[in-house]
Design a protein around this ligand. Structure first.
Ligand code: DQA
Length: 150
């Protein structure tokens, strides 16, 4: 199973960025642990600070080119109709992740343009939220595969 993890703007600064909110580890460090936790999955990682680059990447992995997506669009969550439209278009099961609990922060973080296009949304679990999201997604994909085979 090929699953992409995509992080949006400023998440390349994890470990250095507001550690009291986002923790002390970089995503690159954490990603090694994540891959080790799911040895049977093909996990790949993409991060960009640019909305257009994220859209191009989403389009390139959709339409059957991969099996699923774990996605933290960071600030674009709250602003990007284009990213929501893209998720609606590409037919790729997606789990939304936020390291912090966006619903307990400023009001402008309470709305997500991507949530309607996701099979689940995980917030406030720190970096471990990515692990929960990969587990959710692989369960969902296995159940879907079992249904199509029966
Ligand atoms: C975030 C929450 C967003 O509101 C914020 O803009 C981020 C990170 C999170 O992971 O908690 O950059 O997506």
């Amino acid at each position: 199973m090929l699953i992409w993890i995509i992080n949006g703007p400023n998440l390349n600064l994890l470990g250095r960025r507001e550690p009291e909110i986002y923790g002390h580890r970089s995503f690159e460090q954490y990603f090694e642990e994540l891959k080790a936790a799911f040895p049977r999955l093909d996990l790949r990682y993409f991060q960009s600070n640019h909305e257009g680059a994220i859209l191009d990447h989403l389009q390139s992995i959709g339409f059957g080119q991969s099996d699923g997506l774990v996605f933290n669009p960071a600030a674009f969550t709250h602003t990007s109709i284009a990213i929501g439209d893209c998720l609606a278009a590409i037919q790729l099961p997606c789990v939304e992740v936020h390291i912090s609990d966006i619903y307990k922060r400023e009001a402008f973080r309470h709305h997500s343009y991507i949530k309607p296009y996701c099979i689940d949304s995980i917030v406030g679990q720190g970096l471990d939220g990515y692990r929960s999201a990969v587990a959710k997604l692989s369960e969902y994909l296995s159940a879907r595969e079992a249904r199509t085979q029966s």
